[in-house]
Design a protein around this ligand. Structure first.
Ligand code: AMP
Length: 577
């Protein structure tokens, strides 16, 4: 195993990394640092997040910039504010023993005036997010004339977020650029294109397998029915008492609702999504980072670039459509040599998608049984007893109370004391899980689902208010044909109204207060759309939309198949309203 000394890094930087506890360079550092120090102009480093990329470019940058020259020489561009602050923080730590080197963070959502003031102080390294950087370029408040080194960090994330034009703009606005170093977890065609256009014979280094999930992550999944997703999530949380994790949802609505519901039920959780102001976002992230918040629930966009140390679990409440998004989500755990667990809650209809993710990730995913109520209680019980046994009694004046305690408990046996302690702690769990049902989707339950007792059905309704009602049957009867429990609705809204499929879906769900589980296939045309929906939810949807107005136009929605040609111009029948 090599050392930082052997890589040729400045002694002052080595002193700092030693203090940070870096004993040996990580694989990407070992391969990138000598190349970057040797004066290689263009470089592509392909490595997953959490593999030490910041030091892989940060240390060489600090080594080669001219500390005596007080103008910007290096520019690091990264996708998010969090990552931007994180990179600056790390570079500050690395340069602890170097004098005269200054680094500044430039990102949106913070005072531009203060950033302009910082830039005027004679910085050598600028770390920026694309949007704010372009704002500063256009205001002519930043001098990129003498930038020699440009680092594009998490390039694939930047492209995912739609920053391609911005990156090209930035590259064009660095006229003295000699070296471009691009770091990315994956190598999609768009990045190849950017590299071909702006880089010359880049030296390419790949660490691990690109597009492959981190090996220090244990990928697990639980199979349940769509309407048991929320209960399953709760069970997973309860089964992992020390959990410090991020839960991912596909929509901000889900993130918000699940967060509120879990908070009401006593869980320590908050949501991160696009509707938060920067201040609210900072507050939530601050609490999560300092661990005063145990769980964070987030959408993919809101969670981009989050790098928090020590995350034990990533939970996919819903699977993402894209394998790369799965890799990014799971990459929030299992960082820097720690082990992490990525759990997916999957329902039958999603299995094919899940198998695809498993195949492309090229790693073994482990199917586990959703813990029973008893399993959860046992786990909580032992966790509590472990805590009890490891409680620190060396401080405090406990000895003085011992005689009084002995007197008070004279009649009570040690076993009884333990039982009472357990009862105090566990009543909530025992009561809740007393009659907990099996949430696993089993072969049997597919057949028996029609026969579920009324009591079971009532319990589902209660547990599942915000998940959309319905019966597991729909998981198996659902198809694009609209048969078996589905109605097909016609609506006079389409892509000409400015909708895309996702925004249309969100709109009709918001209007009707229904959950997306009730929907089947949606077929959108310019002016009209057809919506497959659970029979039981169809009237609520029609009632909520028909006759309302959208951008000044009256919405017409009706059952497309109940007579008449595909529902055009057809009013809902009286009795249906
Ligand atoms: P990064 O991929 O740059 O976000 O780094 C992930 C984590 O690994 C950070 O918490 C770094 O502080 C840590 N790290 C980076 N390089 C090393 C190293 N050589 N030895 C130990 N930890 C490291």
């Amino acid at each position: 195993m090599t050392t930082f000394e052997a890589l040729g890094i400045d002694a002052r930087l080595i002193q700092a990394t030693n203090e940070l506890g870096y004993v040996n360079p990580t694989a990407i550092q070992e391969q990138a640092i000598p190349v970057l120090l040797s004066g290689t102009k263009d470089f592509i480093g392909l490595a997953q997040t959490g593999t030490g990329k910041t030091a892989a470019f940060g240390l060489p940058l600090l080594h080669i910039i001219d500390a005596a020259a007080k103008y910007p020489q290096a520019l690091v561009v990264c996708p998010t504010r969090e990552l931007c602050m994180q990179i600056v923080k790390e570079i500050e730590l690395f340069k602890k023993y170097m004098t005269g080197v200054s680094v500044v963070a430039v990102y949106g959502g913070a005072s531009i005036g203060l950033q302009i003031r910082d830039l005027k102080r004679g910085v050598q390294i600028i770390v920026a997010t694309p949007g704010r950087l372009i704002d500063l370029i256009e205001r002519k408040a930043i001098n990129l004339e003498q930038i020699k080194y440009v680092v594009l960090d998490e390039a694939d994330e930047m492209l995912n977020m739609g920053f391609q034009d911005d990156i090209e703009f930035i590259l064009k606005n660095t006229p003295s650029r000699e070296s471009t170093w691009l770091f990315s977890a994956t190598m999609p065609a768009e990045i190849r294109k950017v590299s071909k256009k702006y880089m010359k014979d880049p030296k390419e280094v790949t660490v691990g397998k690109v597009n492959t999930a981190n090996k220090s992550i244990d990928h697990q999944y639980y199979v349940t029915t769509a309407q048991h997703r929320y209960e399953t999530l709760k069970r997973i949380i309860d089964f992992n008492p020390g959990i410090y994790g991020i839960i991912f949802t596909r929509t901000k609505l889900d993130a918000q609702e699940i967060s509120e519901r879990l908070t009401r039920e006593g869980y320590d959780i908050d949501a991160l999504h696009g509707d938060l102001t920067q201040q609210q976002r900072d507050r939530v992230m601050g609490q999560f980072r300092d661990k005063s918040l145990q769980l964070l629930i987030a959408t993919d966009v809101a969670a981009r670039g989050i790098d928090v140390v020590g995350i034990t679990h990533v939970i996919n409440y819903e699977l993402p459509d894209d394998v790369e998004i799965y890799t990014h989500r799971s990459g929030r755990t299992g960082r820097a040599g720690n082990l992490g667990i990525c759990i997916s809650i999957v329902h039958a209809k999603e299995m094919y998608k899940f198998k695809q993710i498993e195949r492309i990730n090229n790693s073994q995913f482990n199917k586990l049984d959703i813990p029973s109520g008893k399993d959860v209680c046992r786990k909580q019980f032992f966790s509590f007893m472990d805590k009890l046994l490891s409680a620190d009694i060396s401080h405090g004046d406990y000895e003085t109370y011992v005689p009084m305690l002995a007197e008070k408990f004279a009649e009570v046996t040690k076993e009884d004391v333990l039982k009472r302690v357990a009862a105090m702690e566990f009543d909530r769990f025992l009561k809740y899980y007393e009659n907990a049902e099996d949430l696993n989707l089993r072969e049997r339950s597919k057949r028996d689902v029609n026969d579920r007792s009324d009591a079971g059905r009532r319990r589902d309704d209660r547990n599942d208010r915000s998940e959309g009602r319905g019966d597991s049957r729909k998981e198996y009867s659902r198809g694009s044909s609209g048969s078996g429990g589905f109605s097909r609705l016609f609506v006079n809204l389409g892509t000409k109204d400015g909708f895309f499929k996702a925004s249309f879906l969100q709109y009709i769900l918001d209007m009707s207060d229904l959950k997306k589980e009730v929907l089947g296939k949606i077929d959108m045309k310019d002016m009209t759309s057809w919506i497959e929906i659970d029979k039981g939810a169809a009237q609520q949807m029609i009632r909520s939309l028909d006759g309302k107005s959208y951008k000044g136009r009256r919405i017409r929605m009706n059952d497309a198949d109940s007579g008449g040609p595909a529902g055009f111009n057809k009013k809902p029948r009286r009795g249906e309203e």
